[in-house]
Ligand binder design. Sequence first.
Ligand SMILES: [Zn+2]
Length: 200
Amino acid sequence: MYSFPLSLRKLIREIGKMPSIGEKSATRLAYHLVYRNRELAETLANALKEAVDSVHLCSKCFALTDQSVCSICADPSREQGVLCVVEKPIDVLTIERTGEYKGVYHVLHGLWAPTRGREPSELKIEELLIRANSGKIREVIFATGATVEGDATALFVANELADVAGIAVTRLAQGIPKGGEVEYADEITLARAFSGRGTL
Ligand SMILES: [Zn+2]
């Protein structure tokens, strides 16, 4: 009985481990790279290696960067006293596209999800509290999605921040549809959500 060569089967298995890629798509992609477009396979392998070697988390806000501090944290024209708290690095990109927000960020790298065994200690909450306690922060804006987990995380962290004097804690409320994730909100909606943010 025929089956693909071992190395090709291994490639299909690895591609299939990526989000939203089933076995059929993995097979099609592997076939395309190995047989149809070998040049793409080379450049893709190099690009992958380069990205993995150079991309890491910003030491201040935990967004993705290839420097020690990301370009937003390093930008003196940004309001360093205003922190926007987001779930994942891609949310920074989404909010930056609105062009409305002039503060800096804090990426939690997840949400508090007790049903999925995700505890607050696994998120960058401790790091957020350290920043909040530095005396340089005057507003923390929660831009976590309008989901149960987004709500729970925002409330949990807001509670922790309640002890820090002189910080306004706000939340993007208007505009993000119930159950909606920041990543999928459109730019105009997000911009409106920023100007209409409410106290948490
Ligand atoms: Zn940064």
